[in-house]
Design a binder for this molecule. Structure first.
Ligand code: NOJ
Length: 570
């Protein structure tokens, strides 16, 4: 264990109802954060042990990825019981203790809601299988007869996000194939049928269950997917449903409006509670321009800005991306969020060290997202580790200086890189199997956090083989190694987050661009703040009358070198 610093944050201020407009939210992936009982898997007690790290880091809130009972076919996004905790992670009492301790430290708590699908082990899905065709139990999901002479073909041409068809045929007690069920993700994740009132009622109840336990809000998994065209038509002209084209029968449909508003009404019931109304952040991998209408005062509060995550590391693309993101959010009165990575994406320090760092952005938005196979090709390209880390430092200062809220994925505050050499037999992401071993998937960013020590498990737990192997090269990158080194990645994050707390120019608000070289982003925020990020080959001199607050490189250089950023008091 590292030393347990004294918390610096104040307890939750009840009157601060707009906290979410500026919040920096830290994502915990419970399986990989901290292992209290030494079984090699992270747990809620481990999360409690390490809460002081987050208070010291200076974030405002925590988002906990799914901690529910689950066969973990998709890392917990396959929920078998929405009102309990996975026994490997702990108990409901542990969750209560976590929420209470986080609040004592001034940290809000968001948890994951997975409303599009559940686990095939969920009792309602098991009941639907047992009840057979034509029963009300089956109506809660999308069961359909197959096409073909004997129903041997899937009901339509939709593809699953992890590869293969989005339909699985049920095998009856007589061993013969009967109906098919829809699963947009893994075969073990049947989609709920949100046209059924019982499904909507059940989720209202789940929201209240957790709000009553004190959580501050939910991150909504695939918030753009619950509504489907009831006719389940083929996607037009052989285009893949994975592209989420406008007018899709399964993505981003107008019927979502009713679902989102219904959730908002439940959250607003808590407006008079001591911690105020509860909030939602929508996860929908769509351009900001398409999801901005999700975040109005009647619908959800914020949405992940995936444009920030997908955008390549060039001044031109970043400027267009930032401009457009701010513009579409301003138009609906919502704050923007800035997201560099999460448990689904190649870690930022690795991504920015590749020859291809993302997609290009123009005034109209981003070019098309990479396909999983293209991502696999980029993954195979060499990584310049030092370059990636340098850019990740600059990107952190850029992200935290922009108007709105920001997200920090666990380990990004340490500058961890992607573990892209995991032994194939250790891979757990369903993508690996479903793609016929062509796409490695997302395990490389889910490796447990190194806290201390010089060998695996690096203080992740008291012993026990970590559920994914931890690379020997992380020696020297643990929290304990970094916390007293003023030049470390962790020190940069701590300094930036502390400045963000004390500087009234940062967080929610607006920015003004300063005319600059095409390879430089330069903007001010009122009162008295300026941020310069240099993407070009030539160093940018720091104005003589400005005082350096934080520099991603050498604060005494008087310059901003290539791939560096600086915060200035002006
Ligand atoms: C998005 C989550 O972030 C991802 O991990 C999960 O596999 C899918 N939604 C399906 O729930």
């Amino acid at each position: 264990m590292t030393s347990q610093p004294t918390p610096t944050a104040d307890p939750i201020p009840a009157e601060d109802t707009n906290w979410w407009r500026s919040a920096v939210v830290y994502q915990i992936y419970p399986r990989s954060f901290a292992d209290h009982n030494g079984d090699g898997t992270g747990d809620v007690r481990g999360m409690i042990d390490r809460l002081p790290h987050l208070a010291e880091l200076g974030v405002d809130a925590i988002w906990v990825s799914p901690w529910y009972p689950s066969p973990l076919a998709d890392g917990g996004y396959d929920v078998a019981d929405y009102r309990d905790i996975h026994p490997d992670f702990g108990t409901l009492e542990d969750a209560d203790a976590f929420i209470a301790r986080a609040h004592e430290l001034g940290l809000r708590v968001l948890i994951d809601l997975v409303p599009n699908h559940c686990s095939d082990e969920h009792p309602w899905f098991q009941a639907a299988l047992a009840a057979g065709p034509g029963t009300p139990e089956r109506e809660l999901f999308w069961f359909r007869d197959g096409r073909g002479v004997d129903g041997e073909l899937p009901p339509n041409d939709w593809q699953a996000m992890f590869g293969g068809p989005a339909w699985e045929r049920v095998i009856g007690p007589d061993g013969r194939g009967e109906q098919w069920y829809l699963h947009l993700f893994d075969v073990r994740q049947p989609d709920w049928n949100w046209a059924q009132p019982a499904v909507a009622d059940e989720f209202d109840d789940i929201l209240r269950f957790w709000f009553d336990r004190g959580i501050d809000g939910f991150r909504i998994d695939v918030a753009d997917s619950m509504a489907k065209d009831p006719d389940l038509p083929d996607v037009a002209h052989g285009t893949s449903n994975l592209t989420k084209s406008v007018g899709s029968p399964l993505w981003d449909r107008p019927e979502l409006d009713v679902i989102h508003r219904r959730w908002r009404a439940v959250a607003d019931e808590y407006a008079d509670s001591p911690q105020g109304a509860r909030v939602f952040v929508s996860e929908a991998v769509l351009p900001a321009a398409r999801v901005a209408h999700y975040v109005t005062p009647e619908r959800l509060h914020t949405t992940f800005n995936f444009d920030a995550l997908l955008c390549e590391w060039t001044a031109q693309s970043q400027r267009h991306m930032i401009q457009l993101s701010l513009q579409v959010h301003d138009a609906v009165g919502a704050p923007c969020t800035w997201v560099l990575s999460n448990h689904d994406r190649v870690r930022v320090a690795t991504r920015y060290g590749k020859p291809i760092t993302g997609v290009a952005y123009g005034p109209e938005g981003g070019s098309r997202e990479f396909t999983p196979l293209e991502e696999e090709e980029i993954r195979a390209m060499p990584t310049d580790v030092a370059l990636g880390l340098k850019r990740a430092r600059a990107a952190a200062l850029l992200e935290l200086a922009l108007p709105g809220g920001a997200y920090v994925y666990q380990g990004d505050e340490l500058g961890l890189d992607e573990v892209d050499d995991l032994p194939e037999e250790s891979l757990q992401d369903p993508t690996w199997e479903r793609s016929g071993h062509t796409v490695h998937g997302r395990d490389g960013c889910r490796v447990p956090i190194p806290w201390s020590g010089t060998t695996s498990p690096f203080g992740f737990g008291p012993g026990g083989e970590p559920w994914l192997p931890m690379p020997a090269r992380w020696a020297g990158q643990t929290v304990a190694d970094q916390e007293h080194d003023p030049t470390s990645h962790l020190a940069l994050y701590r300094a930036a987050l502390a400045e963000r707390k004390r500087n009234p120019a940062l967080g929610d608000g607006t920015l003004s661009w300063v005319a600059s070289d095409a390879h430089v982003l330069d903007f001010t925020r009122e009162p008295g703040f300026r941020c310069i990020v240099n993407f070009g080959p030539d160093a940018v001199p720091i104005p003589a009358d400005a005082r350096v607050l934080i520099h991603s490189g050498d604060p005494n250089s008087g310059r901003v070198e290539t791939d560096e950023a600086v915060w200035l008091a002006i």
